[in-house]
Design a protein. Structure first.
Length: 116
């Protein structure tokens, strides 16, 4: 499976297999050295059944294991984490959610850069 954080548009399809887990961890460099982008996806029959997306930076946020921004569908519903607070989100497709996550991360980086 190709990471959607690398802008792929679908989860690889493997019919008839038990759920599989894919974990992509990107350790950032430069101004964001020490920060992490994480994507963990559980899929079955080519469909995403569970996911966890996170932008982690312990230098900027020490609570919640450093998760500044995240999306997941644990606890039986789709939700967004931001700076320690969670709120439900509308979900249509995983690909759209990843695009939203990437846009929000880029906006956070723009704001971080303005502060330095």
């Amino acid at each position: 499976m190709v990471s959607l954080l690398c802008y792929a548009q679908k989860v690889a399809k493997k019919k008839g297999l038990a759920p599989t887990t894919t974990l992509q961890v990107h350790h950032l460099k430069g101004r964001r050295k020490g920060a992490i982008l994480k994507e963990q996806v559980w899929s079955a029959d080519g469909e995403v059944v569970a996911y966890d997306l996170a932008y982690i930076n312990l230098k900027l946020f020490t609570r919640g294991n450093g998760r500044i921004l995240g999306y997941d569908n644990s606890h039986g519903y789709h939700h967004r984490h931001f700076m320690g607070k969670a709120e439900p989100v509308k979900f249509s497709t995983y690909a759209e959610l990843v695009e939203r996550f990437i846009r929000e991360v880029h906006e956070l980086w723009r704001l971080e850069d303005e502060e330095t």
